[in-house]
Design a protein around this ligand. Structure first.
Ligand code: CIZ
Ligand code: SF4
Length: 303
């Protein structure tokens, strides 16, 4: 506790010296979410990065999120506490594979989930998030969609659109691990709880949801619902904001395995260190960034 207090003081000092802001994803450790200027999902935080007056953005999340911040704020310094915090789902699609698929389906529009690398976004027509995926898909002219990288979110979206979706076989190790059996056991234990679930979970798990939506969607739903008790089907770090928003409600995570190890690679110590050393910085080659920015900006124009 004493060490954390010293670290927090050092952090406040460095933040002023560097004119920095700290953005933290909802899946980060509590000790990071506590000291953040803004908490959010990847999309909200990318928008914050684009809008800030600060000179330095410290992005506490996984690598692709730091890249999105850099793409939308190319003149700012973007720091990340640890370069090794990656995303296995984002790594499941590579440029060669996507180019091959595009060649096989020349009339298809490439729609890419924001959980993807800058290089993949640069090969993309339009990006989407888990909250606007359907709107984005319905906004494109083509009847054929190449969807990368998340098969679970892809299947969820396919249920709500007539367009033909060619779905990449990627998935999030953390969300995909949750099973129907896990959820049914929790429901039996907590019969009055509603089940809220992220569409990165398997289709048969998503089908059990009383509410299905993005991290921000789940937070809003739980805050505004009359229900007092929830079984949560998304990453464990979300508990921090759920409890801030609704201190008197009860949240049970559907299993203790809903933890993204990559998100937890960052900690308060590394956060302070990166602001001290101004390393590691996120770098996106300008040509890649320009092309990736177009696919993000097209998404922002969808009403
Ligand atoms: O990393 C994830 O699973 C999510 C849902 C990130 C985000 O903020 O959209
Ligand atoms: Fe990637 Fe899943 Fe971790 Fe999100 S929770 S960063 S999708 S591995």
């Amino acid at each position: 506790a004493e060490q954390n207090r010293e670290l927090r003081e050092r952090l406040m000092q460095l933040k002023k010296e560097r004119n920095a802001i700290i953005l933290a994803h909802y899946y980060q450790r509590d000790e990071i979410q506590e000291v953040a200027d803004f908490r959010g999902d990847s999309f909200l935080l990318a928008q914050k990065a684009a809008a800030t007056d600060a000179d330095v953005i410290v992005f506490c999340g996984v690598h692709f999120m730091g890249e999105s911040a850099k793409i939308l704020a190319p003149n700012k310094t973007v720091l990340i506490p640890d370069e090794r915090a990656g995303c296995p789902m984002a790594d499941m699609v590579n440029v060669d594979g996507l180019r091959k698929l595009k060649a096989q389906h020349p009339n298809a529009t490439v729609v890419t989930y924001i959980n993807s690398s800058a290089e993949i976004k640069a090969e993309t027509d339009i990006c989407c998030t888990s909250s606007n995926a359907l709107k984005v898909i319905n906004s494109v002219e083509s009847d054929e969609i190449i969807w990368v990288p998340d098969k679970n979110l892809g299947h969820y979206v396919q249920q709500h659109t007539d367009k033909k979706m060619i779905i990449w076989e990627g998935y999030c190790n953390t969300h995909d691990m949750l099973t129907v059996k896990d959820v049914e056991e929790m429901k039996a234990k907590h019969p009055n709880a509603q089940f809220v679930v992220h569409p990165e979970c398997r289709p048969e798990v998503v089908a059990l949801g009383d509410y299905v939506g993005s991290t921000t969607g789940i937070l809003e739903y739980c805050k505004n619902s009359d229900c007092q008790e929830f079984i949560v089907g998304t990453e464990d770090g979300t508990g921090y904001q759920l409890r801030v928003d609704s201190p008197n409600k009860t949240f049970h995570f559907a299993t203790k395995y809903l933890v993204c190890p990559n998100m937890k690679v960052n900690n308060l110590k590394k956060l302070v260190k990166c602001l001290e050393t101004m390393q590691p910085q996120v770098y996106v080659p300008p040509a890649v960034a320009d092309s990736a920015r177009q696919s993000l900006e097209r998404m922002l124009q969808v009403k």
